[in-house]
Write a protein that binds this ligand. Structure first.
Ligand code: NDP
Ligand code: GDR
Length: 337
């Protein structure tokens, strides 16, 4: 029999790519979906399986990381071989507006899940989606030995989740790992993160649907990688002999301004003619520069990045232009790229 996995955050960018990866490896995938007044499963539509059919390999369950009892019930009933905790309030700017909610879901939610595993007494491996935001103000390059200095409520919540994961490994011998992933993007990236905001705007400006794009700090340096490659690293961490923590990054960096330049140029445009500043997109405290050193992941897991930030910018712009063209032509916009 194939393995089974439970993914929190299955409806997000990474959740959808990880689901594809695990299904391709013969897993039965269970996903935690939170209740919403409108459909929130758009990134999974192409993987949908009719609940009335027997032998489904993708099953969705309603639950929320704020509901610890639901976690225990789910884990006890499903007894998955692997758990991937990708669920989070993941937007850094929003975490300044909703700090307690972010702390509860992104930080305490991780502890709830770990405790649910322990309380239900199941034998499982867990991946925690830790973040380069934990490094915050620590100067680059950052690796597993770099001291954390988070600069947002989101970063603080992720530091809590990181140490909770380490603690359950040490206290209960749980196979629990932290993947410290640097920014990773794709055509499925949430529309309010800067890369996708830019690629969507390029497509709309190119089609004559808008003229201006409002952004905040253009000087921030980020190490942007390609999401489908990063979910492969998550899976490899859980297949390793021993549980450990790994940085996943490309090691190459660019500013938001660099990304703008390449994204607009790839559609034959000059960003300076369209981009305007809006202070509301600035953060009360900014993370100036994140550049990861993923040497440990390469040595121990054999993982290496392939797509770098400039190619990524072109992939995202091309995908948004095609999606918009399909939309304008009245066709259904496909997201199974
Ligand atoms: P997304 O924002 O695309 O997805 C977040 C997921 O969490 C969604 O499925 C969302 O559901 C779900 N979620 C939000 N709140 C709750 C809740 N209260 N209970 C259960 N689920 C909830 O994030 P990504 O896919 O980009 O990232 C995946 C994980 O990796 C996140 O934890 C993120 O913080 C972390 N991370 C991401 C990086 C990146 O660059 N992408 C880098 C490092 C870490 P819904 O669809 O309903 O909103
Ligand atoms: P980040 O990603 O904060 O690094 O967190 P985001 O794309 O939101 O910001 C990157 C940089 O761009 C600057 N910026 C803007 N950002 C947004 N969102 N909107 C704007 O208009 C804008 N203008 C400039 C930001 O100030 C920042 O410096 C992401 C998330 O996926 C986290 O969940 C994850 O943990 C980290 O990456 C690693």
């Amino acid at each position: 029999m194939g393995k089974s996995a439970l993914i929190t955050g299955i409806t997000g960018q990474d959740g959808s790519y990880l689901t594809e990866l695990l299904l391709s490896k013969g897993y039965t995938v269970h996903g935690l979906v939170r209740r919403s007044s409108s459909f929130n499963t758009g990134r999974l539509d192409h993987l949908y399986q009719d609940p009335h059919e027997d032998g489904r390999s993708l099953v969705l369950h309603h639950a929320d990381l704020s509901d610890g009892v639901a976690m225990v019930n789910l884990l006890r009933d499903l007894r998955p071989d692997e758990v991937y905790n990708l669920g989070a309030q993941s937007h850094v700017r929003v975490s300044f507006d909703s700090p307690l909610y972010t702390g509860d879901v992104t930080g305490m939610g991780t502890m709830r899940l770990l405790e649910a595993i322990r309380a239900s007494g199941i034998d499982t491996r867990i991946y925690q989606a830790s973040s380069s935001e934990m490094f915050g103000a620590a100067p680059p390059p950052q690796n597993e030995r770099t001291r954390f200095h988070p600069r947002s409520p989101y970063g603080c919540a992720k530091v809590f989740g990181y140490w909770a994961t380490v603690n359950y490994r040490e206290a209960y011998d749980l196979f629990a790992v932290n993947g410290i992933l640097f920014n990773h993007e794709s055509p499925r990236r949430g529309e309010t993160f800067v890369t996708r905001k830019i690629s969507r705007a390029v497509a709309r400006i190119h089609a004559g649907l808008q003229d201006r794009l409002y952004l905040g700090n253009l000087e921030a340096v980020r190490d942007w990688g390609y999401a489908p490659e990063y979910v492969e690293a998550m899976w490899r961490m859980l297949q390793h002999d021993v549980p450990d923590d790994y940085v996943v990054a490309t090691g190459e960096a660019a500013t938001v301004r660099d990304f703008l330049e390449v994204a607009f140029a790839s559609a034959g445009m000059n960003w300076r003619e369209h981009v305007h500043f809006d202070a509301k997109y600035e953060r009360p405290s900014e993370v100036d520069a994140l550049i990861g050193d993923a040497g440990k992941a390469e040595a121990a897991l054999g993982w290496k990045p392939r797509v770098r930030w400039a190619e990524l910018a072109r992939i995202m712009v091309e995908a948004d232009i095609s999606a918009l063209e399909a939309d304008l032509a009245g066709a259904t916009v496909r997201i199974d790229r």
